[in-house]
Design a binder for this molecule. Structure first.
Ligand code: BGC
Length: 972
């Protein structure tokens, strides 16, 4: 066995992708080694048309380079519709050489528009009304010769389509062709159908529904957003082993009809009458003499692009947990999880039996199914049986967001439903899971699960706000706040590449960015929403070192910043236009969705942030003039921000939590002012008994700025807070996904409102980023993207969390950061992939005291640059697995002092009792002393009502510490 091995070889992020139209695809690989500190010294790549690599078309030879991500193919020009095999070998710094990797491949699709010989077709509108509801069926018979070597279908639709060949469904993709800005870009799919064809007569069939192209979209349920006629274009390219080729194309000779799908809408569900199935309609001996004609459709071919995102599929199936009979008498399936997808069921019933499924996310306070928050989305599926024995059905061109399913008409349901007949099919973009996060606290772990489920349900080809009501749109703000968390949980390179191309395509001529992408609603260019144009490509770059995407998006990023610059009279401020502000912030006035932080502050802060990221992008892309230009712009925006929002002595003039968060997060202040604003933010949280008041804009960064500015323990308390408003409040109310509102379900179990109350909205799940990066401590040095230089810095804060573990499958390989504390010991486990290095900070550690696998660290091979800092021990390591153990100097004890905040005592019953003995009345929330609760205990000395003397204060502190000692001992 060779100790140096290559695995996970990918092309454009994917393993063996079929149907790429990228002319210079990028190749990446991971390396496995049994020696610590392995880095790649050199690589050799070969690309061949034949599996045996006897005559490679491209051989890089020995290239001395550490690069193992995104190597551009640089061989002869690629041909379309061709499979290319590739393999790689590497050398390391220890002088070892790997074997060749397993052979991988990619296959090209079309590079030129004129390779499309097919025509767009649609049922003849004279015979079949384009506005009619049923899904259309299209078919064509054709003959092939003997000796088929390979066959590919290239196809797409306007509307949603599903293909059948000789009676079998082609592929597993759902909701093809996915949702893009159809008037500018439509993805086509490539299917390997070699195994489905016969060397005589064949038939192909396509089902076609409205989908995103012409079905209801947005709260207005506007129809025909992109066109009035559904259509498909399809080309079957067949290669024979004698070198000849055959072609079957969509044209006016195809026939059309309608079938069992009487109605299908993304929001509203499907009606399927199985009695109308046309048996064998996609087989060659079917009699289609009654079928109607087709017409060609005049749609451009230039808009066709090969599939960019991973396809949407059934990713998992889950069984219902229970069947309930509600107080209203409804029979309801409980899936145990708020999921997105569909129900598949089997039934045996006489022909014409109608079974109805109505999907909902939650039950109301009485235990009845709640449909109010769906607004006009019906989420209803109806199936009418054909009565020929056991039937199995799941809707085809729709999906639902639900945990509960009200069932009507299922035979015998009054005597109980057999759960075996139902299964939930979870549907979303097929992404590789890349991250996991776990702690010692099961409620936090549930939060992490909820974040992941929120991502799954809202990554159905486009990053959406929610998956259930009449919206399900690519809201830019939501995507922007969540992207960094998203890219921890799942590999999202192709997903965001596609969406960002749509953003660029839909960007307005003046650089403004529509509220939703693809753009199907009025409105554009709100601060923090439009900034997705800059934040999202930058975040993809950080995660995957994708400079090509940055290059591609640069004009769009720049146009957005220039758009802002051109607004209003003042070049360095953004104080005009409409903004969503700190959307849903809890500091808002009654009856409004807009938080209390002024628009101008948010807009100018984001203006600075986008300018900074644009400058950094220009640096990466070597655009020297732009670096200078945007650096200067940033300085001026910051100056304006300081002049306008910071008082001369350094206080923030706006007293909301969100204003403090943005000021710190975007580095708008420095030095003493930064310290003061951090202190004030902490005070604001303490004064609110460790509760947040932030909305969409402040929430994502709240914990991050607290942790990074000296208040990590406060951030941890916010995470662990279970009372409203908090992340764990929704978990305590039984949430299995992230809610749109902090109080989607109120403390008395009533609902916030029907109007806007999604129970599956990932935005507040943005805390996941901080959980990975800070709580578990798995982070990167951003100057070397894609975790080339890792930073492991667990933050151990408070005794409430004793364990956290994050794993992340980076482009280089798996990274692990895990810590565990007992009263005596701290254990930190780390895994660093080959070809990267890591700086590790062991918090509160003493250099002399740390052992790695039993050996004192100064003597361990592969550990460099060990130095003692005020934070602990800092060291640098290369690849490998490490296990550090050292004494927990601090134990679990909190040490009380004159600086301890009163609130930290008041939240603990025993401590409060002690405190009351010294300062009677202190715990009365309406008393005179209540306003001191966020202050250090010593402040009481100066309050006339407290009657606390210096001596009594010292006695109090001693007593508190003694009590703590007792409590900790009991806990052990
Ligand atoms: C969506 C949000 C979105 C917002 C704009 C809502 O209807 O669900 O998530 O960002 O509108 O403020």
């Amino acid at each position: 066995m060779n100790e140096l091995k290559i695995y996970d070889v990918t092309c454009e992020y994917r393993k063996n992708p079929i149907g790429l139209d990228v002319k210079k695809p990028r190749l990446s690989w991971k390396i496995q080694s049994d020696r610590r500190g392995t880095t790649q010294l050199a690589y050799q790549l070969q690309v061949s048309l034949k599996f045996n690599f006897e005559t490679p078309i491209w051989d890089t030879g020995y290239i001395e380079s550490e690069q193992s991500l995104h190597i551009d193919y640089a061989g002869p020009e690629l041909k379309s519709t061709t499979r290319y095999y590739y393999r790689v070998k590497v050398w390391d710094h220890f002088g070892r050489q790997s074997d060749w990797s397993d052979i991988a491949w990619w296959e090209t699709a079309f590079f030129e528009t004129n390779e499309w010989k097919a025509k767009w077709i649609t049922p003849n509108p004279q015979e079949l009304d384009p506005a009619s509801e049923p899904a259309f069926l299209l078919r064509k018979e054709f003959n092939l010769k003997d000796g088929i070597e390979s066959a590919r279908i290239y196809a797409t639709g306007v509307g949603l389509y599903e293909l059948y060949l000789n009676g079998q469904c082609v592929g597993e993709d759902l909701l093809a062709p996915g949702w893009t800005s159809y008037s500018k870009r439509i993805q086509y799919q490539t299917y390997d159908v070699t195994a489905l064809l016969t060397s005589s007569s064949n038939a192909i069939g396509a089902m076609l529904a409205d989908g995103w192209y012409k079905g209801d979209l947005s709260w207005d349920c506007t129809r025909n957003n992109y066109g009035t006629k559904r259509g498909i274009i399809l080309q079957l390219n067949v290669r024979y082993d004698d070198g000849t080729e055959d072609l079957l194309v969509s044209d006016h000779t195809w026939k059309a009809f309608t079938g069992p799908i009487l109605y299908s809408e993304l929001y509203h569900g499907e009606v399927y009458d199985a009695r109308l199935e046309q048996r064998d309609w996609s087989k060659s001996d079917f009699n289609d003499s009654k079928w109607m004609g087709t017409d060609t459709l005049d749609l451009p071919l230039e808009n066709l692009v090969a599939q960019e995102n991973n396809p949407t599929r059934v990713i998992e199936t889950i069984k219902p947990q229970a069947v309930l009979i509600t107080p209203a008498g409804d029979t309801v399936l409980d899936m145990g999880q708020n999921m997105v997808g569909r129900i598949r069921f089997t039934v045996t019933a006489p022909a014409g039996t109608k079974i109805t499924l109505k999907h909902a996310e939650v039950l109301d306070k009485d235990g009845n199914v709640y449909f109010g928050n769906l607004r006009s989305a019906k989420q209803t599926v109806e199936y009418i049986t054909k009565g020929e024995g056991m039937e199995s059905y799941a809707p085809v061109f729709t999906f639902q967001g639900f945990r509960y399913v009200k069932i009507e008409g299922y035979p015998g349901q009054e005597n109980g439903l057999n759960l075996e007949h139902f299964v939930g099919e979870v549907i979303h973009t097929d992404m590789v899971q890349s991250g996991n996060f776990k702690t010692s606290n099961p409620v936090v772990n549930q939060l992490q699960q909820n974040i992941k489920w929120g991502q799954r349900g809202n990554f159905v080809d486009v990053p959406t706000d929610c998956p259930q009501r009449d919206e399900r749109l690519g809201w830019t703000g939501d995507a922007q706040v969540f992207i960094r968390t998203a890219l921890f949980n799942y590999q999202g390179g192709p997903f965001f590449t596609k969406w960002l191309r749509d953003l660029k395509a839909d960007q307005l001529p003046n650089g403004g960015v529509p509220f939703v992408i693809p753009n199907v609603v009025d409105g554009d260019s709100s601060a923090a929403w439009g900034d997705a144009a800059v934040i999202c490509p930058w975040t993809v770059y950080l995660s995957y070192s994708d400079t090509r995407l940055l290059e591609e998006q640069y004009p769009s990023m720049q146009a957005w910043v220039e758009y802002i610059r051109a607004q209003g009279e003042m070049e360095y401020a953004w104080n005009t236009g409409f903004h969503f502000g700190d959307w849903l912030g809890l500091d808002s006035k009654e009856d409004t969705y807009f938080g209390a932080t002024p628009d101008e502050l948010i807009a100018t802060a984001f203006y600075a942030y986008s300018t900074r990221l644009l400058r950094d992008t220009a640096k990466v892309l070597n655009k020297v003039d732009d670096v200078k230009q945007y650096d200067e712009l940033l300085i001026r925006i910051k100056k304006y921000y300081n002049d306008e929002f910071i008082t001369p002595l350094g206080r923030l003039a706006v007293t909301t939590q969100t204003a403090h968060v943005l000021t710190l997060m975007f580095d708008l202040v420095e030095g003493k002012i930064r310290e003061r604003i951090s202190y004030d933010l902490n005070q604001l949280v303490l004064e609110n008994d460790y509760h947040l008041t932030t909305g969409f804009v402040g929430t994502p960064y709240l914990n991050l700025v607290l942790s990074n500015n000296g208040y990590h323990e406060t951030a941890v308390k916010l995470l662990l807070q279970e009372t409203f408003p908090s992340w764990l409040y929704s978990v305590s109310k039984g949430a299995t996904t992230i809610w749109e509102h902090w109080d989607g379900i109120k403390e008395d179990d009533s609902f916030w409102s029907d109007d806007m109350n999604s129970f599956n909205h990932y935005a507040y799940g943005a805390i996941g980023d901080w959980m990975y990066r800070v709580v578990a401590g798995l982070d990167m040095d951003e100057t070397e993207p894609a975790y080339k230089r890792i930073r492991i810095q667990p933050r151990i804060g408070g005794k409430e969390l004793t364990y956290a573990r994050a794993t992340y499958d980076s482009m280089y390989g798996r990274i692990v950061s895990a810590w565990n504390i007992t009263h005596e010991e701290v254990t930190i486990e780390v895994e660093i992939p080959v070809n990267t290095t890591a700086q590790i900070i062991l918090p509160f550690a003493n250099k002399e005291d740390v052992k790695e696998n039993g050996i004192i660290i100064t003597k361990v091979e592969g550990i460099f640059d060990i130095c003692q800092t005020d934070k602990g021990v800092s060291l640098v390591v290369g690849s490998g697995q490490y296990r550090f153990v050292y004494k927990n100097e601090r134990g679990f004890r909190t040490i009380y002092s004159a600086n301890t905040r009163l609130i930290d005592l008041l939240l603990n019953e025993e401590m409060t009792k002690t405190l009351e003995m010294y300062v009677p009345g202190i715990s009365n929330p309406h008393g005179q002393l209540a306003r001191l609760k966020a202050e250090p205990i010593e402040k009481l000395l100066y309050h006339p009502m407290s009657k606390l003397t210096e001596d009594r204060l010292n006695a109090l502190i001693n007593e508190l510490n003694a009590l703590e000692e007792k409590l900790v001992t009991v806990q052990q």
